[in-house]
Design a binder for this molecule. Structure first.
Ligand code: PEP
Ligand code: MG
Length: 609
């Protein structure tokens, strides 16, 4: 493949261009932590690697020693193979080089080297030698287990030191799949882009990539097989294209595009403190979707006027099975509330399950592993209702955080009155517990996410019991169209423009407004400029999105006259092709220049802002 450029197509999930060296993360059978270690700790990490080697060598010695005297000689010879591998420079020496040169922790270094060697084995002509790959995998697995039992690597705390990677070329991550929890741990890492073989546009892996505002392509099928460690690759996050070993001309063209998009970003950033008001004077709230309290200052900096969705489940991930207690949760929510300096913070109760599992912690969680359709199973509020003490612990922490600023509590994936009643009883119960414990707590507004068609179709029930609703379009689309949002095989059918989806959104906005209840959209549609005009025309005034999208959406809002667009909505919804109808009708209203990306990038839009 050397010298030959290849192109791999996937789904564009996070915009922009990244150019860098590929870091392949192997999907090992045991969980491998991927951490950049501090340069001062390199020698210690190499020593960890070799200490694990000695332990595993002793394990194989013991196996050989304990062989019965009459065991066939071939068996003893077979046990020599791992020994040879453990002494082999190609495994141990090269793994130590990954630690020294790339600052990988020992586990990552080993799995990276396994990936390199496994490919050599795959390419061997000789069947006997090809099969030795299994021995190699077994040895590495034992080494990884030994490392996980021994002293953990001395790594900096998340967010500290990871920026200090000494390499001079940007790195991009390539993996078969990245769990949302792992994605979170990469959030403040050095990677400048992501490529995965699997995943859909609104899978949580894609959502976290977007929140990091770095280019990503998912669903790129064979990417992790076709790309090798250290290949030079371009990730085109606009087109969903990955180019491996690009020619100098292609590389230069993409470098130019990179500079252009940086310019565009800095132009947009100037809108940060401009209020989002339409041409006809309608005030629009652009609020942020966040995953951790640390994201709140970023949201504020981007010009968000609050948090519309704090996905609290991310606090429960990457914790090795140890759930945060009430104090720890209270502290995290309080930090988010304080960081927003008096602006409202909407915190969603835990939405675990489907593509965000918590590794084998509770019986119900274990059950979930075994079901075939986790998206239709025990997730979100269903999970919380099945774990009442966990749920009330979270509710108490949320109510207590409301002492420090305006907090709204939002419930994911409700579908019927029974669940609503049970939820409200738990909230009352949590309040009573706080009164009994003498702990101060504040008033919260309560909201329901509209994510299941049943909820949208029985909206009056929800409007009677909640202060506000938030339309989770990612799930509403998934459940309305029966398309698994994480499955790249059906991603072409995942269509926000489908008239059934648009009809449910329109009806929900209209009914909520008529009932005097707050209504927002917090799915990915809210941060997609292609839908801004339509949602405004439908009457939406609160949009919740990744902080990185706020400026681009604001730019759209500033150019819209909702009085002229609103009357066109019935025609858009009744048309065979709402996307085309929207482009045509709205462009006519805006004098022919309103639709499409060219309008979005126009510098005059900024000047007039
Ligand atoms: C949604 O479903 O639109 C939503 C915002 O929730 P999540 O993406 O976390 O499922
Ligand atoms: Mg959802």
């Amino acid at each position: 493949m050397v010298g030959m450029s290849i192109q791999i197509f996937g789904l564009p999930v996070s915009r922009g261009v990244a150019i860098g060296r590929a870091v392949l993360v192997a999907s090992s059978r045991i969980d491998v932590p991927h951490v950049f270690i501090d340069p001062t700790l390199i020698d210690g990490e190499v020593a960890r690697l070799f200490a694990a080697r000695d332990v595993v060598a002793a394990e194989f010695d013991a196996l050989k020693r304990d062989l019965p005297a009459d065991a066939p000689a071939e068996l003893a010879a077979l046990l020599d193979v791992p020994h040879m591998l453990l002494q082999d420079e190609a495994l141990m020496g090269a793994s130590a080089d990954w630690i020294r040169q790339r600052h990988y922790n020992a586990e990552w270094a080993l799995s990276a080297q396994l990936e390199v060697l496994a490919r050599h084995f795959d390419e061997m002509e000789d069947a006997y030698l090809r099969e030795r790959k299994a021995d190699l995998e077994q040895v590495v697995e034992r080494l990884l287990r030994s490392l996980s039992r021994g002293v953990p690597s001395a790594v900096p705390a998340p967010g500290e030191g990871v920026h200090d990677f000494g390499g001079d070329e940007p790195l991009v991550l390539v993996a078969s799949d990245i769990a949302p929890a792992d994605m979170l741990s990469f959030k403040r890492s050095v990677f400048k882009g992501f490529v995965t073989d699997v995943g859909g546009k609104t899978s949580h892996t894609a959502i976290v990539a977007r929140s990091m505002d770095i280019p990503a392509v998912v669903g790129a099928r064979q990417a992790s097989n076709l790309i090798r460690q250290d290949d030079c690759i371009i990730i085109d996050g606009d087109a969903g294209l990955v180019i491996v070993d690009p020619s100098p001309i292609v590389l230069e063209e993409y470098r130019f595009r990179q500079r252009q998009s940086e310019l565009e970003r800095s132009r947009l950033a100037r809108l940060r403190h401009t209020p989002a008001v339409t041409l006809d004077g309608e005030r629009v709230e652009l609020v942020a979707n966040i995953e951790m309290p640390e994201d709140a200052p970023v949201a504020l900096e981007a010009g968000a006027v609050g948090v519309g969705l704090f996905r609290s489940e991310f606090l429960f991930m990457n914790r090795g099975g140890h759930l945060p207690d009430e104090e720890e949760q209270y502290d995290a929510y309080r930090r988010a509330v304080e960081a927003m300096k008096g602006l409202p913070v909407t915190i969603r109760t835990i939405d675990i399950g489907a593509d965000k599992p918590l590794e084998g912690m509770t019986p119900s969680e274990l059950r979930q592993e075994s079901v075939l359709n986790p998206a239709l199973g025990l997730r979100a509020i269903r999970w919380s209702l099945s774990e009442p003490s966990m749920f009330r612990r979270q509710l108490r922490a949320l109510l207590r955080a409301a002492v420090h600023g305006p907090v709204k509590v939002m419930i994911p994936m409700l579908s019927n009155l029974r669940e609503i009643r049970q939820t409200l009883e738990h909230v009352d119960h949590a309040r009573r517990q706080l009164v009994e414990a003498g702990k101060p707590f504040g008033e919260v507004e309560l909201g329901a996410m509209i994510e299941v068609p049943a909820a949208a179709l029985t909206l009056p029930v929800f409007l009677r019991h909640f202060d506000f609703i938030s339309i989770g379009t990612n799930d509403l689309i998934q459940y309305t169209l029966a398309i698994d949002r994480t499955d790249e095989e059906v991603s072409h059918l995942y269509d926000p423009w489908n008239p059934a989806v648009l009809g449910l959104i329109q009806a929900s906005i209209t009914q909520a407004r008529a009932a005097g209840r707050g209504v927002s959209v917090c799915g990915e549609m809210a941060g997609d400029p292609a839908f801004t005009e339509l949602l405004l025309a439908m009457g939406l005034r609160t949009f919740s999105m990744h902080p990185t999208q706020v400026a681009a959406i604001k730019q759209r809002v500033l150019r819209v006259d909702t009085r002229r667009l609103a009357p066109l909505v019935p025609e858009v919804l009744a048309s065979d092709d709402p996307e085309a109808a929207c482009a045509e009708l709205f462009a006519a209203v805006h004098g022919g220049g309103a639709a499409g990306g060219a309008w979005m990038a126009s510098p005059s839009a900024l000047q007039s802002a």
